[in-house]
Design a protein around this ligand. Structure first.
Ligand code: FES
Length: 144
């Protein structure tokens, strides 16, 4: 299996690893395909992601996708962050082998779960629409 240089970079030196103390939102998700798990913690200010960290117990692709999604999401509005798709994550990494595309779902879903957790803790409605669909679409409330 061939990984891009970018995947190898993020796998070798992942960015934003760890857990934020007193996080505003926490997303913990498991991958139904392989059983790997990840946790994303976020700090929110003015509905933007001020800080974001991850911990992943998963494969190299899961670590690389988690690393790159935290880079992509930092500073984004909550509304934009929940729209990041696994396809965009894979593109940011110059592609993933087809057998590893499911790994990028973990990062995207963890981020969505963390944003929703923050909103619900603040007494607001979740906005992510839930986990990403297997075909790359995001379930919106209209499809629920
Ligand atoms: Fe489990 Fe990649 S094999 S996340």
């Amino acid at each position: 299996m061939l990984y891009s240089d970018k995947v190898m970079e993020h796998f070798g030196s992942p960015h934003n690893v760890g857990v934020i103390e007193n996080a505003d939102g926490v997303g913990e998700v498991g991958n139904p395909v392989c059983g790997d798990i990840m946790k994303i913690t976020i700090k929110v200010s003015d509905d933007h992601l001020d800080d974001i960290k991850f911990q992943t117990l998963g494969c190299g692709a899961a670590i690389a996708t988690s690393s790159v999604v935290t880079d992509m999401a930092r500073g984004m509005s909550l509304a934009d962050a929940v729209k990041i798709t696994k396809a965009e994550i894979a593109e940011e990494l110059d592609g993933l082998p087809p057998a590893k595309m499911h790994c990028s779902v973990l990062a995207a879903d963890g981020l969505r779960a963390a944003v929703d957790d923050y909103l619900m803790k603040s007494g607001r409605e979740p906005i992510s629409g839930g986990p990403e669909d297997v075909d790359g679409d995001v379930h919106g409330p209209a499809e629920a």
